[in-house]
Design a protein around this ligand. Structure first.
Ligand SMILES: NC(=O)c1ccc[n+]([C@@H]2O[C@H](COP(=O)([O-])OP(=O)(O)OC[C@H]3O[C@@H](n4cnc5c(N)ncnc54)[C@H](O)[C@@H]3O)[C@@H](O)[C@H]2O)c1
Length: 424
């Protein structure tokens, strides 16, 4: 049986999903992208052009997502709209019997996520979250190294992402500047960092954070100046009401400095900002009782490294010797040219990105077929966003917060205005 998917939201990330489907079809023919939808018809048409150029069957085009999910010829929906629509489309789709994969963050707020969870349970549908970083083979190796105990007991993780947007709007997308739309780098990108920390370090107990909007006055700049490696994917999208060079008022948090306590007793420091002008810094390390693991930038293919207490360095493919039984799963192996054990790889960002997206789709569809949880489902989606929102909530309340209280909604100072205005 062919699993037919409707993709809603054909902007920058939507275009990356299209390439994920193109990659998927090279290996599997039981999944079909049968329909695409965007409120802007020209944006959806561009996605279809790319599909045609790559020889895949052209999907139907919709501009109204309710029409698409009511079309009755689909098995699942992929949500790649801006974040405020995730819960609305997910719930409407599941209630009509469709399975759902949504882009990260799982929902606009924790309340939105809880409603999505309830709907998935009530309708017995599989809800997956398209969280990509952990699927990188080098991150799989990092996890295997930590789990094997070669690092000893984990003490602390440093996750420092200080970059400069040069006062531009993130990804040249106005919604990312707005609090009401879950914009701002701490939530929008921080949910990836959160997921990776939880994946590697285990569940988080509490967070204390300081946050700020250092730069409310931003400019809409061309994507090629803002994120050159993604510019090709974003060039077809529309930004109604704005043109290049326009001022944009940002009220979404642009800076978070957080201390995280993990349930294991380990500590994490997560720093994330796009206001670090003149000094970009990226540190992703995990230190244990035997040494430090230097993680690598997700999707770069660059090798990870361990430096042990005695100064001995083990890097890339050599790390595989420390975990002799480590093997990648069948799906990753298929997508990474048959390689079962990978210590580093040499592939452009676009090719890596498409493979990871193909993985996400396949993981979701196989979960549907087997009626089991996908790798990143409701629990993982809620936990990652819960940790990112814990930073924002702690920064606002100036108190240490329990992550579980943010996930349950007991603490929601930052989110309650969003819930009210979006009628969540
Ligand atoms: N996993 C990742 O690495 C990653 C990277 C970028 C974006 N994302 C996520 O993907 C989502 C989209 O981000 P983006 O950068 O592509 O934004 P974008 O603004 O470029 O694209 C969103 C598209 O959704 C369309 N849209 C909005 N509301 C709609 C509706 N009601 N019906 C149909 N179409 C609608 C818009 O017209 C737009 O074309 C966000 O949730 C974002 O967090 C994930």
């Amino acid at each position: 049986m062919t699993f037919k998917i409707g993709l809603i939201g054909c902007g920058g990330m939507g275009m990356r999903h299209i390439f994920g489907h193109i990659e998927l079809r090279k290996h599997f023919n039981d999944i079909e992208l049968a329909a695409v939808c965007d409120v802007h018809k020209n944006v959806a048409e561009k996605a279809v052009d790319i599909i045609n150029e790559n020889g895949l069957k052209p999907p139907d085009i919709y501009t109204d997502y309710m029409e698409l999910i009511n079309s009755r010829h689909l098995d699942g929906i992929a949500i790649v709209t801006s974040t405020p629509m995730h819960h609305k489309i997910a719930i409407a789709s599941m209630e009509l019997g469709l399975h759902v994969i949504t882009e990260k963050p799982m929902g606009l707020t924790m309340k939105a996520c809880r409603l999505m969870e309830e709907s998935a349970k009530r309708t017995n549908r599989i809800l997956a979250v398209a969280e990509n970083y952990r699927r990188d083979p080098i991150n799989r190796l990092s996890k295997a190294l930590l789990d094997s105990g070669v690092m000893g007991d984990p003490y602390f993780a440093l996750d420092i992402h200080a970059s400069s947007s040069r006062k531009a709007v993130m990804h040249s997308t106005v919604w990312r500047a707005k609090k009401q739309q879950a914009g701002g780098i701490v939530l929008d990108a921080g949910v990836h960092n959160s997921d990776m920390l939880l994946y590697l370090m285990g569940p988080a107990e509490s967070v204390y954070a300081e946050t700020s909007v250092f730069e409310p006055n931003r400019k809409l700049m061309p994507m090629v100046n803002v994120a050159p490696n993604l510019a090709e994917m974003y060039k077809h999208r529309n930004e109604p009401g704005f043109k290049t060079g326009d001022e944009v008022l940002q009220d979404a948090i642009d800076t978070g400095f957080a201390l995280i306590k993990f349930k294991s007793g380990a500590i994490g420091q997560l720093v994330i900002t796009d206001t670090s002008h003149g000094h970009s810094l990226g540190i992703e390390t995990i230190t244990g009782s035997e040494g430090t693991l230097f993680r690598t930038q997700s999707r770069s293919g660059k090798p990870a490294k361990i430096v042990f207490m005695d100064g001995k360095e083990v890097i890339g493919e050599e790390l595989l010797k420390l975990v002799p039984s480590f093997e990648l799963d069948d799906l990753t192996t298929t997508l990474w040219n048959g390689r079962r054990r990978i210590g580093q790889y040499d592939m452009g960002f676009h090719d890596t990105d498409s493979r990871i997206l193909a993985y996400e789709y396949m993981d979701w569809v196989r979960a549907v077929e087997k009626s089991e949880a996908p790798e990143v489902g409701v629990l993982e989606g809620k936990n990652a966003l819960g940790l990112a929102y814990s930073i924002v909530e702690s920064g606002l309340s100036q108190k240490k917060v329990k992550v579980r209280d943010v996930i349950s909604g007991e603490i929601n100072g930052y989110q309650k205005d969003i819930d009210i205005s979006e009628e969540i």
